[in-house]
Design a protein around this ligand. Sequence first.
Ligand code: N01
Length: 547
Amino acid sequence: MTIQTNAVTHTDAVIVGAGFAGLYMLHTLRDKLGMRVAVFEAADDVGGTWYWNRYPGARCDIDSYNYSFSFSEEIQQEWSWSEKFAAQPEILAYLGFVANKLKLRDSINFETRVIASDFDEIANRWIIKTDKGHSIVCKYYISGVGVLSSAADPEFAGKDSYKGEVYSTSSWPRDGVDFEGKTVGIVGTGASAIQAIPLIAEKAKHLTVFQRTPNYATPLQNRPMGEDEAKAIKARYGEIRREARVSFAGVPFPNMRESILAENPEEVAKHLEACWQEGGFALWLGSYGDVLFDEKANAIVAEFVRNKIRERVKNPETAELLCPYYLYGTKRQPCETNYYETYNRGNVTLVDIKSTPIQRITEHGLELTNSDRYEFDCLVYSTGFDAFTGPLFKLNLTGRGGVRLQDYWSEGPRTHLGLMSHGFPNFFMITGPQSPSVLFNMPLGIEQHVEWIADVIRHMEDNGLETIEPEKKKEDEWLQTVQGIADSTLMPKTKTWYTYTGTKGSSFLVYLAGGAAYKQVCDKVSGEGYAGFVACKALAHQEAAAL
Ligand code: N01
């Protein structure tokens, strides 16, 4: 429903965000459960992360047909992908198509940001306020804000003094940017920058890349999707989805082998090369089972990728600067198209800002700590996100007792199943921290979360329940479960946005046992009548407040 700004409105559920998560949640609650639902979305259209991240080169890096909704056979059959790995405009068009098909736009309040979210313990309702003056009271409150939707803008000294054009890959102008004949500087060499740099370099007069840490980028190997291929996929979509759901990352890699250490070097070289040629995440998640568990196994793939970089980059000094030395795959592996060849161009310079960091931003560029100065017409920040907690904290949630989520999570996120937090009744997080989230096929992971949340809501309505929230002790157990799984891998050994670091230690934010194992855990909880959750009937809220 769209909401009037001049009155308090009551509704069953409020959803924040109109990306993959918000759209499917809306469809499920409104059209399957028959509820009154309002969605708030900051952008002027649907798309979520695919609305904002429209920088040149943005595209998905798991196959398009896997990176899409599976809940509607009609949508699967009607939509056709033009490339193996769809580019941002096509994914955005797909989400627009879904929104039109399911008539979702009528329920979305666009260009509206939630600014406050308070749980009223007397009424057992959430009161949501927006920057447009809405005040809306609802029983169920669901975050579809995603993990990577709050940019992390570094506070460089003098940042505001820069007089040229400034862009951020995480909120790219709708009409694009014309770099033709301009000098450009880009800060950051993560997955976004690695996609954008080759295309900016093709247009710019000169591009200077400021790199703090190089990454193990591997070829995407994108290509057009033939009509016959698309037909064949559509004919066996059911099977494709079944295979995806039971795979570790929501994308099957059938050529995965058990141990790199158990094979002879010639065999290993052949298999790594085959994975390299296959593209996408095949090397990272589909080469050998021990790569992310054993440092010796890991070192073999790391050196394989470094040798590829050395082969592709002509200047040996530049090549060495582009070679990463952290444990392979412990940061999210970027996928690239002509990234390394870009450094062979005469109009591209790579600058190491690890040894000489940025001292300050100047009127026309930036200055490093060794006093080297660089000037350009455009400055692009590709410096990543305030991942997981950033977008949730922006909702300004206060739960029972007026406790802010920021305070409850002051030593890191506390959730049960990555879906709910104690003291924040009836508040659900789609792809929240401590769920498989970013290390599982996002659309399929979102579907699993939406359906689990919808089942909880159905259960509550059928049983006359007013509130539900996890027991505090279950959060402790889940934290230990998630951390224990992560500690059995190499992943926590590298400092990344997958880890929350607080004053008392750090915790891993992704459930790493894979989406299939995670679904089993969630299904067991619901099968046992939401064991580990406390649900209260009307009028019993004071008891819950004492929990
Ligand atoms: O962000 P990042 P991203 N001074 O955090 C550097 C998803 N994604 O937007 O590594 C100087 O990876 C920072 O340096 P360092 C994907 O999950 C998906 O690129 O911290 N440099 C790094 O180089 C991905 O993991 C797709 O030393 C600074 C860069 O900025 C996630 O989004 C495509 C700095 C940030 O890299 C984030 O990727 C793109 C400072 N103060 C992204 N602060 C798909 O294909 C930061 N940096 C679906």
